[in-house]
Design a protein around this ligand. Sequence first.
Ligand SMILES: NC(=O)c1ccc[n+]([C@@H]2O[C@H](COP(=O)([O-])OP(=O)(O)OC[C@H]3O[C@@H](n4cnc5c(N)ncnc54)[C@H](O)[C@@H]3O)[C@@H](O)[C@H]2O)c1
Length: 578
Amino acid sequence: MGRHEAGQHADHPLCPDEPLPLVAGTQLRCKGWLQEAALRCLHNNLQPDMAEDWRNLVVYGGIGRAARSWPDFWAIVRALEELDDTETLLVQSGRPVGVLTTHVDAPRVLIANSNLVPRWATWEHFRELEARGLIMFGQMTAGSWIYIGTQGIVQGTYETFAEAGRVHYAERDGFDPRKPLKGRLVVTAGLGGMGGAQPLAAVLAGASFLAAEVDPQRIGRRLETRYLDEQAATIDEAIDKAIAWRQEGIARSIGVQATALDLLRRLDERGLAPDLVTDQTSAHDPLVGYHPQGMTLQEAADARVNNPTSLVSRVRLDIAEHVERLAALHGATNHWGDPVYSFDYGNNLRAEAVEGGMDDRRAFSFPGFVPAYIRPRFCRGEGPFRWVALSGDPEDIYATDRAMAALFPDNDGVQQWLADGAPRIAFQGLPARICWLGLGEREKAGLKLNDMVASGELKAPIAIGRDHLDTGSVASPNRETEGMKDGSDAVSDWVFLNALANAVSGATWVSVHHGGGVGMGYSQHAGQVIVADGTETAAQRLARVLTNDPASGVLRHLDAGYELAAQTAAKHGVKRPR
Ligand SMILES: NC(=O)c1ccc[n+]([C@@H]2O[C@H](COP(=O)([O-])OP(=O)(O)OC[C@H]3O[C@@H](n4cnc5c(N)ncnc54)[C@H](O)[C@@H]3O)[C@@H](O)[C@H]2O)c1
């Protein structure tokens, strides 16, 4: 989609002049809290401080939308307002297409976004259909109405960095499980929309952190929001400070205006290497996402318009050198005598290096973040559990924070995040919280939230959801399912089983999407949201959904041959036919 198409939404007569109101409080507009939750979360996704471009219905992630068009948005709103407790609304790529008679325990909404028959699953075909108004890109939580803003990004990045610390250093003397990267240096590049979460996440995990960012405005924004602690005037100053902090065990972050390659080359010249090295430039889009060597920002902007083909070739050569440096660092020993670990952070950097002429095996000689750090957590049925206070009152979330801290005293990640991470992040839209929780924990958390609604401790019900990047709900061979033990990276049956299991278990809305995170043809994924309204029937649905959803992930990993998944299944009584 080009700017032209995006602009058509903002220009539509049904696009409101003012941003949509946040729908909150204790009064219902719909016939029940389940429909009301969908209505509120849909509005929430499009709040001006939440959505990248609310006038064009874009929530995040390039062109990830909450509804296909403004007429579709209003039709969804009307349908939800009129929906009975025994009806289910069908949404096809952001357009409401029907209402079916079902039953009280069935989902109130079923959503399918951006799905194409595999042979036609390309951006080119998608864009043709989109231009004809036939499809919408839903990303992961944009079209499934459970985006919670930057909090989700910071916490996900924190979990990845913290897990890297646990994987590499848990056996070392003096390891602190609450600060798994204490005394370690993380080097990366890119302080943009998502990458800007890296410094705060690394510092929360205890690390010394150094990032190259080519755009000074991006650095300025991260300093203003206190995601980044300081900026260095030169690369050498940045390196010196980060090295000193690493030696003193100080958790602090520094950014420097430079390209990733400038920083890596200088570290090399000085014979220095970090403990962990990764990258969050937007390398997945070599035309606009990765700045080439030897050009100013303006020269690169001009080249994008005047000479795009040659710019992309040039960028890919730079990315090939970048990946070669990461490959050379991976497994090397730094000057402190510790091994260096490189990992791909989900920006398709390695694949772009191959496009730039790099040998495929060399490019993929260091892992992506999921096989490196996250897969064991998926084997335990863990993933980004989140909840939203439909009252709109932050006090409701603070009460749930206290409840979760008391419920999971031995979960170091939850304790650390709730104590140090969450308070640093301002709420956007409806107050929400995220914590990675696993099989067993999620059911416990959901039932506790339902009890708190029932007792009146919370002012209104809670919507409980998750990202599609979860244990059992995504097939994405360059990311979440990279390097599966049995080679089943591209098998997406699991995604559909996950969605179907959530639907029959009684989730409030269930979604099946294609292309999120990595683009058309590269992923399929599913989501669910379930509402805790304080009733006994909700408790039954919560117990089923919040067990079966992560259990499907444990089964997916068990089937692929992961022993840890087998242990998790045995511990929690997850049945598998023999
Ligand atoms: N692992 C995950 O789950 C995950 C999550 C979020 C984002 N991502 C990926 O991470 C990437 C970054 O996402 P984003 O939202 O921050 O993108 P963004 O476009 O907002 O930011 C990218 C930043 O990189 C900077 N940059 C570009 N080229 C550079 C270079 N050569 N040297 C130094 N800085 C450079 C840009 O100035 C920009 O600030 C994307 O590819 C995205 O798909 C992965």
